[in-house]
Structures are given as C-alpha cells and as structure tokens.
Design a protein around this ligand. Structure first.
Ligand SMILES: [Zn+2]
Length: 405
C-alpha cells in the first residue's frame, strides 16, 4: 500500500484534460483506491512527490519488439526497408538467447519512457513469441503480444508453413489468453502480401469465434498497394481483409493511409480500429494519415510507435508527431495525450481498468519531472506533448508495482 502526494494530469476526452495539483493517490495491491485533495486527506503521511506530475501510463498500440535493435537503419521506402533491414534482424530472434536478451531490453526500455501497455508484434517464430510472453510475465509487464505470421513472399528462414503458422498461433492464444491479468494474445498476420488467403481466413474465423484480437498492417505505402492488387486482384486492400473475415471490432489495422471512402465505410461499419503511426509514416515516406476523414468516418484510432520504423518508444514523441505530421490540421495537446492514454484504453475495451487516474482503475502510473526552471501547472500538458523528451521519468508503476525507478 502506498499514499503518494503529487500533481495529476488526467485525460478526460479528446478535447479536455484535467490538471489537479496536490492530490494524494492511494494505491492498494494493483489498484488506485482513492484520489483526494491534500487538504482533505486524513490518512498516514504520504510520500512527497510534489515535484513530479503523475499521468496514466502510456499505451503503445503498435510496436515490433523484434525490430527494437534495428531502429534508425534507413531505406526510404517500406518494401526495400523490410528486405534489407527488418527481415535479417527478425531472423536473429530464432536464437533463444537473442530473443531473451532482446525481450528484456525492450520491456525495460518501454518502462523507462513511461509506457505501461504495448500491443506487440514479435518475430515470426513461436519460440520468440513464447519468450516475449515469459519475459513479460516475469517482469510484470502489461501487453498484448502476437507472433508475426508469414506463409508466402518472405525469405527462407522467416517464411512459415501455413498449417504451422496457424497451429502455433492458436497454441500461443490458448496458452496465454486467460493465463494472467496483464497479458493476452493477439493474432498477427504481418500484412496481406505475405499471407495467403487461406491463412487469413483461418485466423479470421478462429479469432471471431473466440473473441480474440487481430492486428495487421493496412494501406501503408503505394508500392505495397500495387503489390496487393497484383497478388489478390481485389478492388481494394481493405476488401482483401474483409473477404478473408479479418475486419471486426477487435481488429487493429496499422497505418491506414491511402484509403478510399468505400474502404473507410467498410472499416467503420465493422467497427475496426486503426493504429496511427505518424513517425513511421514520414520516416518511410509512406504518406500523411487522413486524420479528418478517419474522424469523420467515426473510426476509433490511437497512436503506435511502430518501432523499428518509428525511431523511439517514447509515446510523448509520437503524440508530438501526431501534430507535426498533419500539414493542415492542428492537433491540440489534449487530443494528442488522449490518443496515448484514455482513447487507446477505450479502443481496447479497457477503459474500466486503464487510461486515466481514477479510483477503481489499475495503478498504471508514470511520474515525470519537468526540466529545471519549468514549474508545474496547467501549461505542463502542452510542454509534455511538445518537448516531453526533456522531462525525466522518475518512476513507472504497472498494476501498483514499481517497475522502473
Ligand atoms: Zn508495423
């Protein structure tokens, strides 16, 4: 049990954020039991964190654990970048010792930047995915993790047999879906060009039947779109997934940049979700996220780092990029914060547990300190969004446990 006297920045909606100075957060076991103004608090003397600001731990909706160590290796387009940098690096995770060290380093790095929930792609090996789960469980991490699936158009050593790929994904789901409170499996076909229709159909029907999550990439880059048309000959990329049964309220599509109105309607009607990765989209020159059209279509979206095409895990950086990577649309700080916290929790159906600091929710909290000379106050939100990398992380809690100090 902990009582912590601190200042709180809490997201309320895409348009509103609350700043609450001098509050006592009481934590028991995994949960926040109360938040009380210091003037009304009657319990034991709290720990003094008044020099820090407390925020709900950040949520990264799209990240490749297997690519953590190849960040910054540049090719100016998606497909050459995959071939030259991503695939050789992912192949290294076939070795268990490499996969263990990488998973430990990755999760430690997420905690160091205040991320308390990640939605993860691993390398296309069941062993590497199992290792990610085991390391996450041992470290107390909260995450959804999936083995990347590829049964065609991938290099030898990474391409999987269709049957093997489906069976090992199902086995991982069965093992991890209900094993712990903090971990879940997410079915993870990489993207249509490396997945056969049969594989996608099997995953789609299994996931819908078992109410499981699915993630993949959609409409990131124009060369990719042309390749999808060449392979599948459908009218659109979204229809390829729709016909395979992959569109559902529990499906998260990374990127979703070059979409027609018809595709937006399909995503909207099926209540599919989008992981918006602005850093990655401009790194690989994929294009600008059609933010206003996505919002007008009523499609739920939240931010992902997309490491390794995203260069850093720090979600405050990606919140800033959400503004910077719109040429006309000024994304305000409240909206940017919402899409790495409460909005992401809502998208995942976890709003009752995560996304804001409230009594009854899980104590997933990051405490941050402003740079020297900057006072905490209403203005801190805007400063965090635009130069958050200069704030230091004092402590990160997941489910009430201090995992980074
Ligand atoms: Zn990605």
């Amino acid at each position: 049990m902990r009582n912590i006297l601190t200042n709180i920045i809490n997201p309320l909606s895409p348009f509103a954020t609350q700043y609450l100075p001098n509050q006592v957060i009481c934590i028991e076991a995994s949960k926040i039991t109360s938040i009380t103004p210091q003037t009304q608090f009657k319990g034991l003397a709290p720990e003094d964190y008044t020099q820090f600001v407390a925020l709900p731990g950040f949520i990264d909706l799209h990240v490749h654990l297997s690519q953590y160590r190849m960040r910054g290796l540049y090719e100016p387009a998606l497909l050459p970048w995959l071939n030259q940098h991503v695939f050789p690096e992912e192949a290294r995770s076939q070795q268990d010792s490499y996969a263990i060290a990488l998973s430990e380093q990755f999760f430690q790095a997420t905690l160091a930047v205040g991320t308390t929930m990640s939605v993860i792609y691993t390398a296309p090996y069941a062993s590497a995915c199992s290792i990610a789960f085991e390391v996450a469980e041992r470290m107390g991490i909260r995450a959804m993790i999936g083995m990347t699936m590829m049964d065609m158009n991938a290099p030898i050593g990474l391409v999987q047999g269709s049957k093997d790929s489906v069976e090992s994904s199902v086995a991982l789901f069965e093992k991890w879906h209900a094993k712990t409170d903090k971990l879940d499996y997410i079915f993870t076909p990489r993207f249509a060009p490396t997945c056969s229709v049969e594989l996608m159909q099997q995953i789609g029907s299994y996931a819908v039947k078992h109410k499981a999550w699915i993630q993949t990439h959609l409409s990131e880059n124009t060369s990719e779109l042309a390749w999808v048309k060449e392979i599948f000959g459908q009218n659109s990329y979204t229809e390829v997934y729709h016909k395979a049964g992959l569109l559902s309220p529990k499906s998260i599509f990374g990127h979703a940049i070059h979409l027609t109105d018809k595709e937006l309607n399909l995503l909207s009607e099926t209540h599919s979700k989008i992981a918006h990765c602005p850093d990655s989209n401009f790194y690989l020159k994929s294009g600008e996220f059609p933010l206003e059209r996505i919002e007008a279509a009523g499609i739920d979206y939240a931010l992902g780092s997309d490491v390794g095409a995203g260069t850093v895990l720090n979600m405050l950086h990606h919140a800033k990029m959400m503004n910077f990577r719109q040429s006309q649309y000024p994304v305000l700080p409240a909206k940017a914060l919402y899409h790495i916290t409460l909005g992401s929790a809502r998208l995942l159906g976890m709003e009752d547990k995560l996304g804001s600091l409230e009594a009854g929710k899980e104590a997933d909290i990051v405490f941050m300190q402003a740079p020297d000379g900057f006072e905490l106050g209403e203005q801190t939100l805007s400063q965090l969004i635009f130069f958050g990398s200069e704030f230091s992380v004092k402590e990160t809690l997941v489910a009430g446990k201090s995992l980074y100090v």
